[in-house]
Ligand binder design. Structure first.
Ligand SMILES: NC(=O)C1=CN([C@@H]2O[C@H](COP(=O)(O)OP(=O)(O)OC[C@H]3O[C@@H](n4cnc5c(N)ncnc54)[C@H](O)[C@@H]3O)[C@@H](O)[C@H]2O)C=CC1
Ligand SMILES: O=C(O)[C@@H]1CCC=N1
Length: 289
């Protein structure tokens, strides 16, 4: 595919639009579930579709995204040439091959953002082999789809505050962002990257419990989902520690403490500690394939 066929001009660095808005072109390389969520988030946040490019392995997938969002599709090499910021959203296992394909085409003034679990900025920088190339690592999560993502952002060796700010501009409209040292990213991946899955797992188990207690599935589902939303909003908005919020539900000799005793007896807390440790360890392993 040529730039003529995408109808987009070569990359430019931060041209000021009328009104002073920075005009940066962003390419999402490997637009699967997370990549698509980011594209839709950037568009919801007001980024013009003309400033967003996607790449996909299958032509059919590229066509689907161009039709759905009005963004242009490109090859990986072309995206490297035409976008100021390259966001890599392939699976960790596909990262080495993507970087090998990109390496001859990435100019040193690009910002590369890796969103893959376990892949370090050093892994990306070493395989691209471009001296001084800024690389930022971001771990986000699927609530990016509803603008409630938790995205943790870390600078690689050559990434400056300005590069972190550019990454935040992309991820902040779709949720909350924090800056963390890269040494914490495997733990972050275990907590907030995978975190939504643990909550879904708990909700699924509690719906089953409702069935056990004789409730219709739809009723159990509605009761637990709304309780989860209510609890999440209280956690976020009250500023209270979860222990305090739990204590407020737990009446002396009441129902909640009977349930808590069973959770403790079955080692749910210990299971969560072990589970997140396993996720952290798996994140560490992913860069080695
Ligand atoms: N799913 C999740 O909850 C989260 C995922 N992540 C990370 O996001 C990344 C993507 O995950 P998903 O979106 O779930 O995976 P996905 O499989 O839906 O998307 C990856 C896409 O990359 C494409 N691809 C692979 N190699 C390519 C290449 N050389 N050129 C162009 N396209 C290529 C694949 O065809 C696929 O469409 C992973 O690295 C994962 O660790 C991060 C946070 C949360
Ligand atoms: O399960 C995974 O490997 C990805 C990374 C974080 C969430 N999902």
């Amino acid at each position: 595919m040529t730039s003529q066929s995408t109808g987009i001009a070569p990359a430019h660095d931060g041209t000021a639009e009328p009104g002073g808005v920075q005009h940066q072109r962003v390419a999402v390389l490997g637009a699967g579930k997370m990549g698509e969520a980011l594209v839709s988030g950037m568009l919801r946040a007001g980024k013009p579709a003309a400033d967003v490019l996607i790449t996909a392995r299958r032509a059919e997938r590229a066509r689907e995204l161009t039709e759905r969002y009005g963004v242009a599709a490109a090859s990986n090499a072309q995206a490297a040439k035409e976008a100021d910021t390259l966001i890599l959203t392939v699976k960790p296992q596909d990262m080495a091959a993507l970087l090998e394909e990109l390496a001859p085409h990435v100019p040193s003034d690009r910002l590369v953002i890796s969103g893959a679990a376990g892949i370090t900025t050093a892994f990306v920088a070493q395989r691209l082999g471009v001296p001084g190339l800024p690389v930022v690592r971001v771990m986000t999560n699927t609530p990016v789809l509803v603008d409630e993502a938790m995205s943790a952002i870390s600078a690689g060796a050559h990434a400056t505050d300005e590069h972190l700010r550019r990454a935040e501009e992309i991820f902040r409209p779709v949720g909350k962002t924090v800056r963390v040292p890269e040494s914490q990213q495997d733990a972050v991946t275990a907590l907030s990257g995978s975190g939504p899955a643990y909550f879904y797992f708990l909700v699924e188990a509690m719906i089953d419990a409702g069935i056990l207690l004789g409730l219709p599935r739809a009723t159990a589902h509605e009761l637990i989902v709304q309780s989860a939303i209510g609890a999440a909003v209280m956690l976020r908005d009250s500023g209270e520690h979860p222990v305090k919020l739990r204590e407020a539900v737990t009446s002396p000799a009441g129902t909640t403490i009977s349930a808590i005793r069973e959770l403790e007896r079955h080692g749910v807390r210990a299971a969560l500690l072990a589970a997140l440790e396993a996720a952290r360890d798996r994140s560490r392993e992913l860069a080695s394939g």
